[in-house]
Design a protein around this ligand. Structure first.
Ligand code: NDP
Length: 453
């Protein structure tokens, strides 16, 4: 049955546009077109595939402002974030445009002939993205997948389809043949689930909640379909007493309140060595109160609204269970605003300490030893990201080896560089995106022995 979705600007609650949501039949038709387009795309000389991806990157570059403006209106992202996100798609396409000519296998010594491996593309890849970072997360999938010779069907989140649709148009304008890169706006329960069940889709790349990720993994088992999962997080920001406390406190708000806390890498638990705890909290308070929460159409805004009224209710539910130590401010008027909020946590069983809030809320807790810091950081089902602040190199090494997480930063909150691998330990995911090996994850290895005889 045909249906539509009204896109709403989360900063103003104004309607932006209406989007047609794909039916099951329409989804099947697009997947089948992608399957038809696959052999020619796979067999295109690598240099030609590379040229088309570079042209796509150039077009994204020419449309950075347009894409960013769309994201500001659709997702409430700040201008600074939205332009970074559009440029990230450009950079990812440029980076992986070098892959088609470099997707080499091995020649392995054997008796009686030669043995060669080939990295063969899979076919149609289905990419399901969430609403928190619509552009980059899509690009981290379709960039390397296309470079490796697959065709791609992309399902944006229902709430945030606009930039994905525009990227689909730019791909066509760049000369990607019909069916090579298709965007299908629609519901997770229709389009997303069909990616999992349709036999022509050979791999599903999913970013979103752990709950849906598990469902996709279970569904994919039926056809032994390949999956990459980027799921939730509850990352720790560990601050030792010897660290530059002013730097750690000044940067802690952006590490968790960036994108209004709707970030799988958000450092939403701050662990501070007890001897520095009071000083750190007193430095954190002005930093949190100073976060400029403004309509993201104001280019000085440092934090925008939450994505939806429903997300605001969810976040409020977490905060209602605890005592707030201090918080920032939000604009008056309409919009799904939530103030940057700090909780001084005492109980590791509180929901706010254990679950992904996906809002601008951080819990701070003291620790007494290096071992306790590692134990507390690891006391979670997640393992995506985290930071360690210390000037002691040996400790930085020990703690970064001890924390069970896929992406750690020492004396920094940086999580994502497109040329380094990104992904989670434990229930934060399966597989890695980005980095030099990402195109390989969109291939299967074929091993061939050629006899001398
Ligand atoms: P979901 O995991 O439900 O959605 C992510 C994507 O998956 C969307 O495109 C969604 O489509 C799609 N989807 C939903 N159900 C299915 C399904 N059964 N099969 C295939 N695809 C599906 O996240 P929500 O948007 O509901 O957010 C809920 C919570 O999840 C957040 O509060 C946050 O805690 C967490 N989350 C974590 C993210 C992360 O990066 N770690 C990202 C997003 C959310 P549709 O838009 O139609 O629902």
């Amino acid at each position: 049955m045909s249906s539509t979705y009204t896109v709403v600007n989360p900063a103003t609650e104004e309607q932006v546009t209406e989007i047609h949501l794909a039916t099951l039949e329409e989804t099947d038709a697009v997947i089948e077109r992608a399957a038809d387009a696959y052999p020619a795309w796979r067999d295109l000389p690598p240099g030609e595939r590379a040229t088309l991806l570079r042209r796509f990157a150039c077009l994204v570059d020419e449309h950075v402002d347009e894409l960013a403006e769309l994201e500001v209106r659709n997702s409430g992202h700040t201008w600074g974030n939205a332009t970074w996100e559009a440029r990230n798609v450009r950079d990812v396409l440029n980076y992986y445009s070098a892959a088609p000519e470099r997707l080499t296998g091995h020649q392995i010594p054997v008796a009686g002939g030669i043995n060669v491996t080939f990295h063969e593309p899979l076919g149609v890849v289905g990419i399901i993205v969430p609403w928190n970072f619509p552009m980059p997360i899509a690009g981290w999938g379709f960039g390397p997948a296309l470079a490796a010779g697959n065709t791609v069907v992309l399902k944006p989140a229902e709430l945030t389809p606009l930039t994905a649709i525009r990227l689909g148009e730019l791909g066509l304008e760049a000369g990607l043949p019909e069916g090579v890169f298709s965007v299908i706006p629609g519901k997770g329960s229709v389009v997303g689930e069909r990616f999992v069940t349709h036999p022509a889709v050979r791999k599903v790349c999913f970013t979103g909640s752990t709950e849906v990720g598990k469902k996709i993994m279970a569904g994919a088992a039926d056809q032994v379909k390949r999956v990459t999962l980027e799921l939730g997080g509850k990352s720790a920001n560990i601050v030792f007493a010897d660290a530059d406390l002013a730097k750690a406190a000044a940067s802690a708000p952006s590490a968790v309140f960036d994108n209004a806390g709707q970030d799988c890498c958000a450092r939403s638990r701050i662990l501070v060595e007890r001897s520095a705890y009071d000083e750190f909290v007193s430095l954190l308070e002005p930093a949190v109160k100073g976060v400029k929460v403004l309509d993201p159409s104001d280019r000085t805004s440092e934090m925008g609204p939450l994505i939806s009224a429903a997300q605001k209710t969810t976040v409020q539910g977490f905060v209602d269970e605890v005592e707030v130590a201090f918080s920032g401010s939000v604009p008056d008027g309409p919009g799904f605003w939530f103030a940057p909020t700090v909780v001084l946590a005492g109980d590791t069983q509180q929901r706010i300490w254990r679950e992904e809030v996906f809002g601008p809320v951080v819990a701070v807790m003291p620790f007494d030893s290096e071992e306790e810091a590692i134990r507390l950081a690891n006391d979670t089902e997640f393992g995506l990201s985290g930071s360690i602040f210390t000037h002691d190199l040996g400790r930085a090494l020990r703690v970064s080896r001890g924390v069970e997480a896929g992406n750690l930063s020492v004396n920094s909150h940086s999580s994502v560089r497109y040329w380094t691998p990104f992904g989670g330990f434990k229930q934060s995911g399966l597989g890695r995106e980005l980095g030099p090996d990402a195109p390989h994850s969109f291939t299967d290895v074929k091993n061939v022995f050629f006899s001398n005889d």
